[in-house]
Design a binder for this molecule. Structure first.
Ligand SMILES: Cc1cc2nc3c(=O)[nH]c(=O)nc-3n(C[C@H](O)[C@H](O)[C@H](O)COP(=O)(O)O)c2cc1C
Length: 198
């Protein structure tokens, strides 16, 4: 069987993003388990804030098609997102909201057709003591209830994230690394089983 393909997504595109660093550690763990991981930069999709009038006049922006195509070829998704006031970020939600507006075009599937039943592992990082924990269930609910994805049960909130990484970008604490790997392991296991079942 061909290698498992994962798409890595961060809800923060900020330079030096803690979630970007956590995602990189998750990508490394997934790569060590034989997965081929592509990373997509949501900021590079240049998606404006969703606006129904804009959609009516100009259609769904090209960036949504790039996200659709990247998701289409992926067997699963690794997702890290900051918590903004208890919620996943506007960058993340806006990107998936635009994706959800994309209808099937010729042989290209609709946005929600490529997310339906796709497994996702969700993590978050914050300098705070809860590590973004409050947002994880909202992220999980949004991605499953509205976007039809299948979050694996394991999740990880990295607290005091600004102190958590060594200079090579690895998590210094072995327990935190094990928690991150538990999410990655579950994602790889579920995505591999679903790929084999197709
Ligand atoms: C608008 C806003 C709201 C925030 N709300 C929370 C919050 O509810 N919980 C939390 O732990 N951190 C919160 N933070 C702090 C972020 O966790 C912190 O900025 C973090 O570094 C953002 O992730 P990033 O480094 O990946 O960009 C908030 C930051 C911003 C800008």
């Amino acid at each position: 069987m061909a290698a498992l393909k994962l798409l890595a997504i961060s809800g923060s595109a900020r330079n030096g993003s803690l979630n970007g660093r956590l995602l990189a550690a998750a990508v490394q763990a997934a790569s060590l388990r034989g997965a081929q991981v592509e990373t997509i930069d949501l900021r590079s999709l240049a998606l404006p804030l969703y606006d129904g009038d804009l959609e009516k006049s100009a259609g769904v922006p090209e960036g949504a098609r790039r996200l659709r195509d990247a998701l289409h070829v992926a067997d699963g998704v690794l997702l890290a997102t900051p918590e903004y006031n208890g919620f996943p970020t506007p960058l993340l939600v806006n990107s998936f909201d635009w994706l959800s507006r994309l209808q099937a075009e010729g042989t290209a599937p609709a946005g929600l057709a490529v997310t339906a039943g796709k497994p996702v592992g969700i993590v978050s990082a914050s300098p705070g003591l809860l590590g973004g924990l409050r947002s994880l269930n909202f992220t999980r609910q949004y991605l499953s209830m509205a976007i039809a994805m299948m979050p694996v049960p394991q999740q990880f909130a990295l607290w005091k994230a600004h102190e958590a990484f060594d200079e090579a970008g690895a998590l210094k604490d072995a327990k935190q690394q094990a928690s991150l790997e538990a999410v990655v392991n579950a994602l790889v296991k579920v995505a591999t089983a679903l790929k084999a079942a197709r």
